[in-house]
Design a protein around this ligand. Structure first.
Ligand SMILES: [Zn+2]
Length: 167
């Protein structure tokens, strides 16, 4: 059931599903606020008011800067799929993700190949191999730059041509 209700963290009225007891705020790192925040589970109606195609999805939203990340359900729990980031950083993550895809998709064993290259980036980012890297974890543009240079190295190893940046 959906209600039109005042949203304290948005400072305006909006249509949303009221938070249930299970949907408590979750501590998530916000790249914009540069700290862990109590993020709220909201529906796509709140984050993408003008995009009905996203209304069925759920997001964790930072109550301070109102940026958000996608949430996905695992059992009874809604888990954040990334750290919270502003649109520019989200776009950069997406660009790197798209850049990364060709290096494993053409491999005869794509699943293993992707795992291996993710591991390569994890180690290259000075993280422990068990901290599995994901593009949603990139917290800043300097981290994105580091990841891009690693992807560039993978292209070289694979004998692929690194695409020129389109501006
Ligand atoms: Zn924030």
């Amino acid at each position: 059931m959906f209600y039109l209700q005042p949203s304290w963290h948005l400072g305006r009225w909006c249509v949303q599903k009221p938070a249930t007891r299970k949907e408590r705020p979750m501590k998530i790192y916000c790249c914009k606020c540069r700290r862990e925040v109590d993020a709220h589970l909201v529906s796509g109606m709140t984050t993408n008011t003008r995009r009905p195609e996203y209304w069925g999805r759920k997001y964790y939203q930072c109550p301070h800067c109102l940026n958000y990340c996608l949430a996905q359900k695992f059992g009874n729990e809604w888990r954040p799929m990334a750290s919270i980031a502003a649109p520019a950083l989200r776009a950069e993550r997406q660009r790197l993700h798209d850049l990364f895809d060709p290096v494993w998709k053409n491999d005869p064993n794509p699943t293993e190949s992707r795992k291996g290259w993710y591991r390569y980036i994890t180690i290259g980012m000075n993280r422990k191999p068990e901290d599995q890297f994901h593009f949603g974890f990139l917290r800043s543009f300097s981290e994105c730059k580091r990841a891009e240079s690693l992807i560039k190295r993978i292209y070289k190893k694979q004998g692929l041509k690194f695409p020129k940046r389109v501006i």
